[in-house]
Design a protein around this ligand. Structure first.
Ligand code: ADP
Length: 760
């Protein structure tokens, strides 16, 4: 018995009480539906406003009954009791666990309506443009019936469209766009130029993807800065290094290290004294490591593809080409140099924020996903969120078969193709989840050679992908996808129109096949969840080989004896247990990485909050003018006659230097992070050393920003047109762009190595 058992018991019973209570309210609401049905639309809106008392919904049963009638009237959907229950849990700020196909879109819209009614602006956070647009349009009639406004923001939205959208009560937007708008708003020098308004609630769809899987991916705002690139020469030097003599990789093939001989060789070829000297440790050594990493650990067509002279990343968590993401600048350039491509122009990072820090800015957060339970620990420890499990409307009829285990990859691959061929011969639809683009193309080629029609999902376009996946349940379909492709789209049996539903039901429904277990059970379950929606028949099975990644990583150094049959199949409870063990190990590693990385990010994100407040103060008040007048009274006396123009000039000067210093601080901390393990040897622990430097540098930043502003205030021309900063050599970048840095392309990296920390 652990010391905290009483605590968990108390938590458990509280959850049950909540559950009973919300079921009671939903039942009560059901009883009210008949009387509510007699109301006109306007009366429904009126009554809804009356259920609100002091910023909360006081009469929840009436509120749910009104929503239910409104939904039936506007969307033709009468919410199931489980959906109404989920709405109550969302309004309480929980993450609700609801299976695929249970109708989360409606639940989200009802909850968003509830938040809006109590005067809270809500951002419904989606995973892509397609879903933001689709859901906002689909749910619009419901939300509008209550006299509330709803809009979507997508990457295609113009500045004006964004500004209008963010003024609505409920805003559907992909998480990346919300973050990019936030970063761009943090560069404006007049409040009215910002597009966003503060929001009170983030309601996160696919909550585990956003809050856990992609949480540490930084969103970046960069500005143009033509700069010298030295990576080419380093790439050439690294090309001369030989495996084992000059560098070695670790057992899992996740990290690469220079040997002493390798370091000497690099020093000789570059003509420098020591890679480990103060001069080179944070710069040259980092670049050598990056170039080595690009050469040894990143493989074309697995980690990236080259198309039209450009490197496109394959997104590890989705296993597909991603046009939004790129690697941290150094690595992108190193891969470009390795492939002999033009190295892209070096930009300067103006600002960046992780999804986790972005979401934590909202006063309240809630969310929905089919795999929340599996992420309970992370949701609690990183966001303080509680998971509520909502029952299925109809019982699950999907059959989850035990893993089929093979000795080698070759035997496994053959068995997968055989199984698909077998299923396809009856006409039963099959959805295959693979782990990377190369694998999905190889499998598709194999199937085509067997005379089977295959749809491969590696479209770069979300709506195209959604269209293909919507048909994945039709007779005779074989769809090969990578993880999470087409997420949020329903797979209906018999095709999107359900024309052949009867036949597919008779055949056993959709068969889901996973070509390897994922690094976490949660990702396995995301794939399984594609079958068996709303009580449909279906099945799921994973094929595993002892050569799979999770076995290599999670079972490193462990021997397992197996006695495969003639086709390589292993039927042994012990081996099955071993596979589960391997997955638990990889899952533990991921968790450890997350919490380590979070420690590094936390301080920067605290500093970011301080900066945000300072920025808001300068933007919204005359602080800058007051401070600068005090430090440079003669100059202030000079320009005071310009009135508001002088105050705006002071504001622009202060903000320019604040933003400039912040950008330099981020770049510096990036370098420090990359080299921290090399610097910290034999001194403090890396994280303590990192903290010490971060705190010192942030303080310097604050002082320098003010000193610089005073100098500029004294020297710059300030006239009726305002301040002429460009004359001083100070100008903001002429062009900016945004991107999302890939989550670690190599899973399971550890922070024990200097190279690994390049990826956040
Ligand atoms: P999820 O996001 O949970 O996978 P969706 O929101 O895409 O599910 O909904 C799945 C399907 O269920 C949609 O086709 C939707 O129209 C339907 N649906 C949702 N709620 C209801 C309801 N109360 N009654 C009937 N159909 C519903």
């Amino acid at each position: 018995m652990g010391a905290f058992d009483w605590f968990w018991k108390a938590m458990g019973s509280a959850t049950e009480r909540n559950d009973k209570k919300s079921k009671g309210i939903v039942e009560q609401a059901h009883g009210l539906i008949e009387s509510v049905s007699a109301l006109t639309d306007a009366e429904i809106a009126q009554r809804a406003a009356e259920t609100v008392d002091e910023g909360a919904i006081s009469d929840k049963a009436t509120f749910l009954a009104l929503l239910s009638v409104a939904s039936a009237r506007t969307l033709g959907l009468t919410p199931f009791p489980v959906q109404s229950q989920a709405v109550l849990r969302l309004l309480e700020g929980d993450v609700v666990h609801m299976a695929t196909g249970e109708g989360k879109t409606l639940v989200g819209a009802m909850a968003a309506t509830g938040f809006a009614l109590i005067g809270k602006r809500v951002h419904v956070v989606t995973v892509n443009d397609y879903l933001a647009k689709r859901d906002a349009e689909w749910m619009r009639p419901l939300v509008e019936l209550f006299g509330l406004q709803v809009a979507a923001v997508t990457s295609a939205s113009t500045r004006e469209e964004r500004r209008d959208a963010y003024r609505c009560d409920a805003v559907y937007a992909p998480v990346a766009e919300i973050g990019f708008d936030h970063l761009r708003d943090n560069q404006v020098t007049r409040r009215e130029d910002a597009v966003q308004l503060p929001a009170d609630v983030a309601l996160v769809d696919e909550a585990d993807s956003v809050l856990v899987d992609e949480a540490l991916a930084p969103l970046v705002l960069a500005g143009s800065q033509p700069g010298a690139q030295t990576i080419g020469s380093i790439t050439n030097v690294v090309a001369h290094l030989r495996e084992s003599a000059d560098f070695s990789t670790d057992a899992e093939g996740r990290n690469v290290f220079l040997t002493d001989a390798g370091a000497e060789k690099v020093e000789r070829l570059l003509g420098i004294d020591s890679l480990y000297s103060d001069e080179h440790v944070g710069t040259t050594l980092v670049r050598v490591n990056v170039a080595l990493h690009a050469r040894v650990l990143l493989t074309k067509d697995v980690h990236y593809i080259v198309d039209e002279g450009k490197v496109f990343l394959i997104d590890a968590s989705r296993g597909r080409v991603s046009d939004l993401q790129r690697w941290p600048d150094g690595l992108q350039a190193a891969v470009e140099a390795k492939e002999g491509l033009t190295v892209s122009e070096g930009g300067r990072i103006l600002d960046s924020i992780t999804l986790q820090a972005l979401i934590r800015r909202y006063p309240s957060v809630c969310g929905m996903t089919g795999t929340a339970v599996e992420a309970t620990d992370q949701l609690r420890s990183f966001y303080g969120l509680h998971v509520s499990v909502i029952d299925r409307e109809k019982e699950l009829r999907r059959i989850d078969e035990p893993d089929r285990i093979y000795a080698t990859t070759g035997e496994k691959t053959r068995a997968i193709a055989d199984e698909i061929e077998h299923l396809n011969s009856s006409g039963r639809p099959v959805l295959v989840g693979t782990h990377d683009v190369a694998e999905s193309e190889a499998l598709a080629a194999d199937l085509i050679a067997r005379g089977i029609d295959v749809a491969v999902l590696n479209a770069k376009n979300d709506s195209e992908e959604a269209r293909i996946i919507a048909e994945a349940g039709d007779v005779g379909r074989v769809t090969v996808s990578t993880q999470m492709a087409g997420r949020g789209t329903d797979i209906r049996l018999g095709g999107a129109d359900e024309k052949d539903r009867e036949e597919v039901v008779r055949l056993g429904g959709l068969a889901v096949i996973g070509t390897a277990r994922h690094r976490t059970v949660r990702l396995d379950n995301q794939l399984r969840g594609r079958a068996g929606r709303q009580g449909d028949p279906g099945s799921s099975v994973f094929f595993v080989s002892l050569e799979d990644d999770i076995v290599a990583v999670g079972g490193a150094d462990e021997e397992v004896t197996a006695h495969p049959g003639p086709d390589g199949r292993i039927e042994s409870a012990r081996v099955r247990g071993f596979i589960e063990h391997c997955q638990r190990v990889t899952e533990g590693q991921l968790l450890e990485i997350h919490s380590q990385t979070w420690k590094y990010n936390k301080l920067i994100s605290d500093h970011r909050e301080i900066l945000d407040r300072r920025r808001a103060d300068i933007l919204d008040t005359d602080t800058a003018w007051e401070e600068l007048s005090e430090r440079a009274p003669e100059r202030a006396a000079d320009v005071e006659k310009l009135g508001a123009v002088a105050k705006q000039a002071a504001r622009e000067i202060a903000l320019f230097h604040l933003d400039d210093e912040w950008s330099q601080y981020l770049a510096l901390m990036e370098d420090v992070r990359e080299s921290i393990h090399l610097r910290a040897i034999a001194r403090e622990t890396p994280i303590d050393e990192f903290h010490r430097i971060a705190v010192r540098e942030f303080k310097n930043l604050a002082n320098r920003a003010v000193d610089q502003a005073v100098a500029t205030f004294r020297a710059a021309t300030i006239d009726g047109d305002g301040v002429h900063l460009a004359q001083q050599g100070w100008s903001r970048p002429s062009a900016t762009w945004t991107y999302m840095v890939s989550d670690n392309p190599l899973s399971g990296r550890s922070f024990a190595s200097g190279v690994a920390s390049i990826f956040r």
